[in-house]
Design a protein around this ligand. Structure first.
Ligand code: PMP
Length: 372
């Protein structure tokens, strides 16, 4: 275990001056690096304005308005109505409630091995029994299909309010589905008038080399969910839908999704600055070349497979017993990595998108030296 006293860019610093290259970004959060100067100065400026003013129809907070416009501008039409919350799990809850209310249906579908969060609704949608067992009974009316399996799409019917899917499964160990699958999924949701909800919490905000991972598959979801990297290090989440869908929450807002701190102004200004940084520094455009560098430098017989897209990679080892000592040696040598919640035989690599080619070469060299 390391104690972190300070962080900057891709580096974490301990109390005795030790430093580590952070290859996991606080689990996919620090896409623009730790304490990006533009995020820090946006936060400092907001500190001098206000921290919290309660709003239910009477007031609107400028940082929320500005962020909603900026976020909507990253998304294709008709995704332009933004609902701000505090976290990924809360965004999943809000989206599920919106889908039930909009469709008037009760059944939800999600995927085996999905991770959607740890509140009870999000946990119910998640697809790993080991994580759910102790908390049953969970939400009824949820069916789990196989991620990426076209045959299972028949289970989506006119009773289905929504299908929840991670565009790329993260905690399952970075599992991708084909473009054909996404086309078929979109078509089946259209046919049954079920909403397609993509969880981009771990893969959005530039991580895969497009601002949104679903852009790789030429489809547009009905609701998109984001959090993590969205806040540039501050806690925030959102679900975004069309005006038509979101309108059902406006009919009677207090019966919608109530959240005291959702879209906190400090988090909103940090998030708006994060979007500016990603766009103005061209971070997404650099991701493919950085991925290629990792793949090129990380060649070692102990690595059985490298899965993933952009700067979300899983390095598959023979077992946890091989991986764990490698992670420990890497940490002792100044490189922070991790495994995945549902996949403890794969090393998680998800560095800040700002990592430089030299930092990639240096960290890969150390990682290779730590392999068995
Ligand atoms: N969905 C996905 C795909 C995630 O990776 C996570 C967090 N690991 C969540 C939802 C839950 O987000 P949070 O921890 O912010 O509630």
């Amino acid at each position: 275990m390391i104690e972190v006293e300070r962080a900057e860019g891709v580096y974490l610093y301990g109390p005795e001056g030790q430093h580590y290259i952070d290859l996991i970004s606080g689990i996919g959060v620090s896409n623009v690096g730790h304490r990006h100067p533009r995020v820090v100065s946006a936060l400092q400026a907001q500190l001098d304005r206000f921290l919290h003013v309660m709003v239910y129809g009477e007031l609107v907070q400028s940082p929320q308005v500005q962020l909603a416009h900026k976020l909507a501008a990253t998304l294709p039409a008709p995704l332009d109505n933004v609902y701000l919350v505090n976290s990924g799990s809360e965004a999943v809850e809000g989206a599920a409630k919106l889908a039930k209310r909009y469709t008037g249906r009760t059944e939800l579908i999600s995927c085996q091995n999905a991770y959607h969060g740890s509140s009870q609704g999000a946990l119910s949608l998640s697809g790993n029994e080991r994580f759910k067992r102790a908390y049953r009974p969970l939400l009824p009316g949820i069916r789990h299909i196989r991620h990426g399996n076209i045959e299972d799409l028949d289970l989506i019917t006119h009773d289905t309010a929504a299908v929840f899917l991670e565009t790329i499964q993260g905690e399952a160990g970075v599992r991708m589905a084909s473009a054909d699958y996404f086309q078929a999924l979109r078509a089946r949701c259209d046919e049954t008038e079920s909403l397609l909800i993509l969880d981009e919490i771990q893969v959005g905000f530039g991580r895969t080399g497009k601002f949104w991972a679903f852009e790789w598959y030429n489809i547009v979801p009905d609701i998109v969910i984001c959090a993590k990297g969205m806040g540039g290090g501050m806690p925030i989440g959102a679900f975004v839908a069309s005006q038509k869908i979101m309108n059902v929450l406006k009919e009677n807002p207090i019966l919608g999704h109530i959240t005291t701190f959702g879209g906190h102004p400090m988090s909103c200004v940090a998030s708006a600055a994060t979007i500016d940084v990603i766009q103005e520094e061209g971070l997404t455009e650099q991701v493919a070349a950085k991925e290629a560098l990792f793949r090129q430098h990380l060649q070692h017989p102990a690595i059985q497979e490298i899965r993933g897209k952009g700067l979300l990679l899983a390095l598959e080892f023979e077992s946890f017993d091989v991986l764990k000592p490698t992670i420990d040696r890497a940490l002792a040598a100044g490189i922070l990595t991790d495994w995945f919640l549902y996949c403890d035989s794969a090393m998680r690599l998800a560095p800040p998108l700002t990592i430089t080619p030299d930092e990639i070469a240096q960290s890969c060299q150390i990682l290779i030296n730590c392999m068995p």
